[in-house]
Design a protein around this ligand. Sequence first.
Ligand SMILES: [Zn+2]
Ligand SMILES: [Zn+2]
Length: 294
Amino acid sequence: MAPCNKATNDASTKDQNGVNNTTDMADSKNKSLEDAKTSNSKRQPGKKWGSGNANAQQLAGLYSKEKRAQEIIGLSVCVLLIAVDFFLLVRYFDSSRTIYIILSALAGICTADFASGIVHWGADTWGTVDFPIIGPALLRPFREHHIDPTSICRHDFIETNADCFTICIPFIGYSIFKFCTYSPEQIALTYNFEMYVFFLACFVTMTNEFHKWSHTYFGLPKWISLLQDYHVILPRIHHRYHHVSPHEVNYCITTGWLNPPLEAINFWRKAEHVITKLTGAIPRSDDMKWSKVE
Ligand SMILES: [Zn+2]
Ligand SMILES: [Zn+2]
């Protein structure tokens, strides 16, 4: 399986962009460990995994021109709205509320992490790639990611993140609408909530990029590695546990802060139990079908 970025043998070199090539022995070992854990015992030895896998190639081939066009539009609109929202938040900023703003920001980040877990768990666990619209558009990348975890590193910024940007458009749009139509007194009352929405949206939009970085073993800028090491964003070792088949732990992929408490209360298994009881659906049945080696 190809690493996310080309490794150099020099453990401490920097490339011409000043990017630190963190190609130490530990990273190489971790990468090998990820491959080993992904190629778990349920998979037959000697079979091809990663980008050479036939199922992975079939799933990657479902990425269409129409989907690409929708991604470019969604991402562009969302970036514009985030910039406008940021400008409005700065315009109405009141330093006497700093503590509430920090709390709102933290709440927004935690909500984004939980939302990432819900969406990831839902897409991994239920539905099939054959479902109309959401099958090829939403579920396909999740199936592909389990068969070929480093494929995400070969996707550009648009393919990696556009869906996350697109789903934030109505929320940021509504925030801007309120700033533009509310009186100053009403804005003062809703300001903390709008800050919460802003941080929620920013971390939702960056969720898949953080996820991609957690699969990137070579060439990450030092500041990103530090954010991972201090668990500000999703750390590599933390996410690696999710890639052990049957991919049923650590679903939160923004910061991963909520994974320990959710695993401690067995949240996902309880939720699956309820849904199976109501619908009869078998958790991860489609994911297991795609992961099966012929
Ligand atoms: Zn997954
Ligand atoms: Zn992953």
